[in-house]
Design a binder for this molecule. Sequence first.
Ligand code: NAI
Ligand code: OAA
Length: 346
Amino acid sequence: MKVAVIGAAGGIGQPLSLLLKLSPLVDELTMYDLVNTPGIAADLNHIDTDAKVTGCLADEGFEGALQNADLVVIPAGIPRKPGMTRDDLFAINGGIISNIAENCAKSCPKAHILVISNPVNSTVAIFAEVFKKCGVYDPRRLYGVTTLDLVRANSFISELSGGKLQSKDLNVTVIGGHSGETIVPIFSHNSNSQLVSFYESLSMEQRDSLIHRVQFGGDEIVTAKKGQGSATLSMAYSGFRLAESLMKAIAGETNIIESAYIQLDQSIQGSTEVKSYIASKGLTDVEYISLPIKLGPRGVESIEFDILNHINENEEELLSTCLEQLKGNIAKGVDFVKGANATVQA
Ligand SMILES: NC(=O)C1=CN([C@@H]2O[C@H](COP(=O)(O)OP(=O)(O)OC[C@H]3O[C@@H](n4cnc5c(N)ncnc54)[C@H](O)[C@@H]3O)[C@@H](O)[C@H]2O)C=CC1
Ligand SMILES: O=C([O-])CC(=O)C(=O)O
């Protein structure tokens, strides 16, 4: 298994690369960035695990980093500062993602691509559009990483319960997108009945504040870091969680369910049902959404959409707001590439 991390010298890239170096599932790890990767790779290679780490710099080109990669994880780009929204990162990170996508299309068109760079609601659409132009797009292998939202939901409800609910027993479903009101945690339905009873025991104010904390958890970190970036360690943990599950699925392990922001393409089982649900809310053109997905050797096998049949009235309202916003975020990503025909070589 060869994994390439693009943006590997950054706040997320370094701890994510450390976790990948520790994984017995990884044979080869390439770290690509504009700066510093040879030194960081040399450092990681002193760890006595078998993955071989290589550091690549931008002036050498992408080819060595990307060729034969099975997985490409992308935390390249700028993070937020206090007062910024994720969408404020669009112009800079959109260009970075589009360039990385062009290079992936040339060097590793069959790799599974995990996009971390914000705004995820739009950068995934940008990546997909570039791949479509290059004629190499397979929606089953493109994932926007939204795992941090459910990791936060688990942590925050555990904290609120005073430890009565232990994080290790929790797997809250979070659907929608990855910014503010597009993040929709579903606490009212879960296989863990203790979690649901605890949630039901909360007052309306407590429920609203818990949901708000999950939706705006990223801001907590941006504020706490006082201009020095956004979540990095919790993100590296979350990105590794999705990457590890995917590597297990590629290796043939079955029944692996994670959540990710994916395209509702007909090649993915369950897409039609989700589209019908969205249409029933009077919306069209919401082509991407984060939902629980079943992973297999070829990537996304099916969408576990049953959760949509169990959400309560309040969650339905939150989801309607989310879908309205997602529609705009997606269109912005698609337009970014469609308006830049000349720069993308098929
Ligand atoms: N999906 C999610 O849940 C989350 C996403 N993020 C996003 O991840 C991104 C990275 O965040 P951090 O690691 O904290 O930022 P950072 O600034 O610490 O690291 C970014 C790295 O990307 C590199 N880079 C910039 N342009 C590049 C290019 N064209 N090719 C290769 N590398 C390039 C930089 O040199 C830097 O090392 C941000 O956009 C941030 O908003 C952050 C947290 C959670
Ligand atoms: O808030 C940010 O900008 C980084 C991020 O996506 C998160 O922490 O969820």
